[in-house]
Design a protein around this ligand. Structure first.
Ligand code: FRU
Length: 460
């Protein structure tokens, strides 16, 4: 987001970034009185994870964002070491924020309180204090309330949790008045362990299908899956009136195949669209500490907003249609051939690749830094970047369900979001290049299966 002062070479234009300091999870997503509100985990004064407040931006169109005063500060006994992640809902013209108060007691042990804050204008919040205390059978790693309404006087809350046996779980609570909450146990009856902690749970309700999104920590990588430090993904299934989620199967699917995506949150807007924002910044601490923007006093950004839909066992993710308003003038359209180089109009681009039938194998490079490689026979698509700490090339990959026919890339000075087959898969990543090269180089491409490429300049 463009600020008054310069944020340096890697400043982002159409992504939400903090004005300074560190941003992590999206919080409290809501459209309230017609205005979109995005809150985010914010360390206001430092580029590390020490103290978290709730930063706040608003927008009428999901494009132009206005900074608002910090919404929640960690200055009460129940949140003194951090106003951690949570969600929002509106009821009787008031905006309710549910968040986790993170506390370190005199013995430096963790305590977590699920707290409420209420606002009439959507800008100034009055804290109401804890509404849920520590449940039995769980460690103090219990946080990130996501709240929704199913009926009149009928609200549900889910919480990311760790059981005393140090395995991940999600708890569900019910309320008839938004302040008294009754624990209904685990959201899901699981047989198998799945990581040591589940963060940021979320339940999305489509017409005939519910999707449980969560961010488990402690999964073991296997082939193309689970190669980042932590992961976010989903299970499809049914949410029963007793507050249980019954998964269709146990195949947890990663939401994003890139390097840095984590802790997403969704909300339903006034047009009943399900919109997701994620954090584009999960990584090993030493890699995070080496991000070049730290020199300019800020670090991390949210993803662009994505509209979610459900189709045939899959969550489909597409950039919200409002992003088309970023497109400047008329695009440049060309057929991209092997060994040709194409100049990108600026560093903020949208690039569409369409194949007449299905794609052949190819490899192209963006800004001589990020490469995208597809093998027709295996339908495996691989994205490679340079790790800015080690200087090593590193890759993430996925095998597509259907042959490749379409790709849509959103590029900024240090971000790339790549949507594949109209949202069947997404790769999000940061990259930092010191060169000024601004090209797409089609290094190889099967003859007769060249894509039509459309280049748009993007600007807010
Ligand atoms: C996820 C997370 C949440 C927590 C927040 C603290 O990235 O660890 O579980 O509430 O970040 O900033």
């Amino acid at each position: 987001m463009v600020q008054n002062k310069t944020m340096g070479k890697y400043e982002l234009d159409y992504h939400i970034t903090p004005p300074k300091g560190l941003l992590n999870d999206p919080n409290g997503l809501i459209q309230f009185n017609g205005v979109y509100h995005v809150f985010y985990q914010w360390n206001q004064n430092e580029t590390n994870h020490t103290t978290k407040s709730w930063g706040h931006v608003t927008s009428k169109d999901l494009i132009q964002w206005t900074n608002q005063p910090v919404a929640l500060e960690p200055n009460d006994w129940f949140d003194k070491d951090g106003c951690y992640s949570g969600s929002a809902l509106s009821y009787e013209n008031k905006l309710y924020l549910f968040y986790t108060g993170n506390v370190r007691n005199e013995k430096n042990e963790r305590e977590s309180y699920q707290c409420l804050a209420v606002s009439e204008d959507g800008i100034n919040f009055e804290k109401k204090g804890p509404i849920i205390h520590q449940p039995i059978g769980y460690t103090a790693h219990i946080r990130d309330p996501k709240v929704w309404q199913t009926d009149n006087n009928d609200w549900w809350m889910i919480l990311g949790a760790q059981k005393e046996n140090l395995t991940g779980d999600t708890l569900i609570y019910h309320s008839t008045n938004l302040t008294d909450w009754v624990c209904k146990g685990s959201l899901m009856d699981q047989k198998d362990e799945f990581g040591y902690m589940w963060e940021c749970p979320d339940l999305v309700h489509f017409e005939n299908k519910s999707v449980f999104i969560f961010s488990p920590q402690g999964l073991t990588s296997k082939k193309d899956e689970f190669n980042n430090i932590y992961h976010s993904g989903y299970l499809t299934g049914e949410f029963t009136k007793f507050g249980k989620f019954k998964p269709d199967n146990h195949s947890f699917k990663e939401l994003d195949r890139g390097f840095d995506f984590y802790a997403p949150q969704t909300f339903k807007d006034n047009n009943a669209r399900v919109i997701l924002f994620g954090w584009m910044g999960v990584m090993e601490p030493e890699v995070e500490a080496a991000i070049p923007t730290i020199q300019d006093g800020w670090v991390h950004n949210l993803t662009i907003p994505r509209e979610l839909s459900y189709s045939d066992g899959l969550l489909i993710q597409q950039p919200v249609t409002e992003l088309k308003r970023l497109r400047q003038a008329s695009p440049r359209i060309t057929i991209a051939k092997a060994n040709e180089s194409y100049r990108l109009p600026t560093v903020q681009n949208e690039i569409l690749l369409n194949w007449e039938k299905t794609a052949g194998s190819f490899e192209f490079q963006i800004r001589k830094e990020v490469s995208v490689d597809y093998k027709e026979e295996s339908r495996r698509i691989k994205v490679t970047r340079t790790n800015w700490l080690t200087g090593n090339r590193e890759s993430r990959a996925v095998t597509l369900k259907k042959p490749l026919v379409q790709m849509q890339l959103f590029l900024e000075s240090s971000t790339l979001e790549l949507f594949i087959n109209n949202g069947e898969e997404v790769f999000s990543l940061r990259y930092f290049t010191t060169t000024e090269v601004n090209t797409l180089d089609m290094n190889s491409c099967t003859l007769g299966k060249e894509p039509e490429v459309t280049f748009y300049t993007l600007k807010k």
